[in-house]
Write a protein of this length. Structure first.
Length: 207
């Protein structure tokens, strides 16, 4: 009898313990589920923040603003318009007496020339050496055996020529050299062959 009671007690304790363990297991499962949901919500939050950060701080917006505001075209145009323009310029004259170092702006409407720079490189004896908008040219008076006129070529460059060529291309004569180191418009030449066909050239001295 005692053995039966003992066996019954052992069996009841085994059943009770199994019920306890199963209830604890269910509680653990219920606790783990909210944790996973919290972790998932945290992951989603980090993804959203990351995407929002990338979208808001795009390189396109910053790049476009920088290029639009700091355009090289506006600054470049202003610089080109202002640079190289002399401040003090004399009145236009059709003849000038030159000296070494003098700089002039020459214009001739007939030849389409406006404010081209010319300066006197050197003078020796009866010869004048000029730099006419980038081309070095030698001239002398009408009594010298040297070119005495500057003509305008079809390619836009200037060149020195003798009287024969100057008289045949009188409409292309830019200016002539006279006695006393005077440079004058072709319209003031002593020869009517040149003066009647040449366009007026003016000289403005740069101080």
């Amino acid at each position: 009898m005692k053995k039966k009671i003992l066996n019954l007690a052992v069996a009841m304790s085994v059943i009770a313990s199994s019920l306890v363990f199963s209830s604890c297991g269910d509680d653990d499962d219920e606790d783990e589920a909210p944790k996973q949901e919290q972790q998932n919500s945290n992951n989603q939050g980090s993804d959203n923040q990351g995407n929002q950060g990338n979208d808001n701080q795009g390189s396109d917006n910053q790049g476009n603003q920088g290029n639009d505001n700091q355009g090289s075209d506006n600054q470049g145009d202003q610089g080109n318009d202002n640079e190289g323009t002399p401040n003090n310029i004399g009145e236009p004259q059709t003849s000038v007496t030159v000296a070494v170092g003098d700089t002039f702006l020459i214009s001739n409407a007939q030849l389409g020339i406006k404010d081209k720079k010319m300066y006197v490189a050197t003078i020796f004896r009866d010869q004048i050496v000029l730099n006419v908008y980038g081309t070095l040219l030698y001239m002398g008076s009408t009594n010298d055996n040297r070119p005495y006129a500057i003509k305008f070529n079809s390619d836009g460059s200037p060149s020195a020529c003798y009287y024969k060529d100057a008289s045949q291309l009188a409409d292309k004569v830019l200016f002539v050299c006279q006695d006393g180191f005077v440079i004058a418009s072709g319209t003031l030449d002593s020869s009517t062959e040149i003066s009647s066909k040449a366009g007026e050239t003016t000289f403005r001295k740069v101080n």
